[in-house]
Design a protein around this ligand. Structure first.
Ligand SMILES: Cc1ncc(COP(=O)(O)OP(=O)(O)O)c(N)n1
Ligand code: 3NM
Ligand code: MG
Length: 208
């Protein structure tokens, strides 16, 4: 499967009270990867939400990725995204199997991406490219990093951090394969607007 297009990431606070309708609207507009990102420790709610997302992803033929938690991903047979403090990649690959999608946060450091590639990552993620309402303190990355990463690392490149329809085009022009977005997608006033934004993010890939 080609990892290219919109990478939608959920946010439990932003989506409170409208979680499934907003996610479904995004899937309806077109999502290559959907990441379940929940920083709470409410395990019962996490299980319920992952199960619901899995059903939606099956209907829309979208790949589900769990943030932070390789064991939870293994339980549902889905992929995982691991940051630098979320545990090592090699055992996660062993746990999830060769076909699972495993992503790795590399901030603005190509060395981290090379290491992730050697340990079996499926994609590498760089950021933050813009001011992020969700994670304002994430280390900043420069857009030129994308071209350098594409030249050095033979894996899909995900970009993240403050991405909106107004600033995303140059990221794709510089070679980004996946636009990972929370606020710029789900910070919308209606499900119709979420779908419209998802379609518009994807259209950026067909115009290049
Ligand atoms: C696609 C993607 N890229 C980066 C991150 C950030 O991961 P991490 O650094 O572990 O931070 P948290 O998201 O866990 O707060 C991501 N989740 N997804
Ligand atoms: C979860 C996350 N990680 C980042 C990084 O740079 O590693 S930026 C970020 C937040 C992404 O949300 P938004 O699209 O609302 O800015
Ligand atoms: Mg993490």
């Amino acid at each position: 499967m080609k990892l290219r297009g919109l990478y939608a990431i959920t946010d439990s606070q932003l989506l409170a009270g409208r979680f499934l309708p907003y996610v479904e609207a995004a899937l309806d507009g077109g999502v290559t990867l959907l990441q379940y990102r929940d920083k709470s420790d409410n395990q019962a709610q996490r299980l319920r939400e992952v199960e619901a997302l899995l059903h939606l992803c099956e209907r829309y033929k979208t790949q589900l990725i769990i943030n932070d938690d390789a064991e939870l991903a293994a339980r549902f047979g889905v992929g995982v995204h691991l940051g630098q403090t979320d545990g090592p990649l090699t055992p996660a690959r062993t746990l999830l199997g060769r076909d699972a999608i495993i992503g790795s946060t590399c901030h603005a450091q190509l060395e981290l991406a090379e290491q992730a590639a050697s340990e079996g990552a499926s994609y590498v993620a760089f950021g933050r490219f813009f001011n992020s309402q969700t994670k304002p303190g994430a280390p900043a990355a420069d857009i030129e990093l994308i071209r350098r990463a594409k030249a050095r690392i033979k894996l899909p490149v995900a970009v993240i951090g403050g991405i909106t329809l107004d600033n995303a085009a140059p990221l794709v022009e510089h070679g980004a394969d996946l636009l990972a977005v929370i606020h710029g997608l789900f910070g919308a006033d209606s499900t119709q607007e979420v779908s419209r934004r998802a379609r518009a993010f994807n259209a950026l890939f067909s115009s290049i």
